[in-house]
Design a protein. Structure first.
Length: 121
């Protein structure tokens, strides 16, 4: 099952986990949309720099800290994803609870580990 994934906090820097996640998602044949606060790209994926409505997002994976997440909460909820992954360092209990109340699966996990252990489904 291919899960269209929005990576928030994308980076062109190869050592950043968001960069590694984009490449791994592509390797695993998942469609990817990447969002960052500045323009850039990883592979053929150009970064969105505005909160555009993107159709059919299955998963949002976060690489931004809880303070920065505040400006994305309403946007993420408006996309109606099936799940949001809080990668290490992005844990946010209040946002986590809001997602659950909205019927959106919220999980604290590492996208890279999920992909590399065939648990991303």
């Amino acid at each position: 099952m291919m899960r269209k994934t929005l990576v928030i906090g994308a980076s062109e820097q190869a050592e950043r986990y968001s960069n590694k996640a984009i490449l791994s998602l592509l390797e695993h044949h998942h469609p990817v949309v990447a969002m960052a606060n500045r323009s850039g790209k990883v592979g053929a994926i150009n970064f969105l720099t505005t909160k555009e409505i993107v159709a059919d997002i299955d998963t949002v994976t976060l690489y931004i800290n809880p303070e920065v997440q505040k400006e994305y909460i309403d946007y993420i909820v408006s996309l109606h994803p099936k799940r949001v992954i809080f990668n290490p360092g992005t844990e946010n209990p209040a946002f986590f609870e809001r997602l659950k109340k909205q019927g959106i699966e919220a999980t604290e996990a590492c996208t890279l580990v999920l992909l590399n252990t065939d648990q991303y489904e």
